[in-house]
Write a protein that binds this ligand. Structure first.
Ligand code: PEP
Length: 297
């Protein structure tokens, strides 16, 4: 890490850690409540996917391993130039979908300099078409500049900025309707329900708030337990097919040292990474932790 210190971005602010541990036992009970993100999303028909099934063994779902880097509100033109250069020269396993989320103002710079191997996510989008909404960015604008994804429902948007499930659900539904992929973040308070038609463009990120930016990573067993519960919920409330193909990724203090152990768990289909995505070599190690799945049978 030392050699890269001048080249990566220093996170400027982190949410404070929640004091309490995750309430895994409560998750199933909370899953049956009404209205919200999934409900809004389900009212939209999404494009279908021809995602191939892979030969990776320690994986309950059929979706490709997925690693997203959320750069949050960090960076300068220079530091981002260096980070992009590090990512462009990193050797990445082929069977991983890789996405990075720069701040809006640097998306164009990143789009024009980053390898096509890595797709770009925005960190937010508006609930509908653009217009008189000062400070907002529309899904159409994101598509116009080449974004394929948007991160929605991140705990910092929920707990620092105050977005609720319903608002996030509207954003997700609109973004999906515009053919953007959505990285939908959920925490311990998942309160969702009811079936949808297609979920092909949704990646669910389980991010315990106490683990985000705190250095306190969930144990592989803790994360696996929640991922199984989410997949179970999808199977019961949506369909077995959706449960199988939806990527359920983990976020919260993932780093180059702990990603392989997490990746070995069969319901962990990838990662959403904050701090460690700001250092190219560490992010590449996390992406390549897909290899841990291949030997974990
Ligand atoms: C995040 O903010 O989504 C996140 C997972 O951050 P970190 O990896 O720094 O905990």
């Amino acid at each position: 890490m030392a050699a890269m210190v001048s080249t990566y971005l220093t996170p400027s602010s982190k949410p404070s850690a929640a004091a309490s541990p995750p309430q895994f036992a409560g998750l199933r009970r909370s899953l049956s409540t009404s209205h919200s993100f999934f409900h809004s999303v389900n009212s939209h028909t999404l494009r279908s996917s021809n995602r191939p099934t892979r030969g990776i063994v320690a994986m309950a779902g059929s979706g490709k391993f997925f690693v997203g880097g959320n750069w949050k509100c960090n960076g300068t033109k220079d530091s981002i130039k260096q980070l992009v250069s590090d990512l462009n020269s990193a050797t990445l396993e082929p069977d991983v979908d890789v996405v990075v989320g720069p701040p809006f103002v640097y998306i164009d710079q990143v789009k024009n300099s980053l390898t096509d191997r890595i797709e770009i996510a925005a960190q937010n989008s508006w609930i509908g078409k653009g217009g008189a909404f000062t400070g907002e960015i529309s899904a159409e604008q994101l598509k116009d500049i080449g974004c394929k994804w948007v991160i929605l429902g991140h705990s910092e948007r929920r707990h620092v900025i105050g977005e609720d499930d319903q608002f996030i659900g509207k954003k997700a539904a609109y973004a999906l309707g515009q053919d953007l992929g959505v990285i939908a973040c959920i925490g311990e308070l998942l309160e969702e329900r009811e079936a949808g038609k297609t979920w092909d463009n949704i990646v669910i990120a389980y991010e315990p708030v106490w683990a985000i930016g705190t250095g306190k990573v969930a144990s592989p067993e803790q994360a696996q337990e929640v991922h199984v519960a989410v997949r179970d919920w999808l199977a019961k409330n949506v369909s077995a097919e959706v449960a199988s193909k939806t990527r359920i990724i983990y976020g919260g203090s993932v780093n180059a040292g702990n990603s392989a152990d997490l990746a070995k768990k069969e319901d962990i289909d990838g990662f959403l990474v904050g701090g460690a995505s700001l250092k190219g070599s560490d992010f590449a190690t996390i992406i390549n932790s897909v290899t841990a799945k291949k030997v974990a049978a």
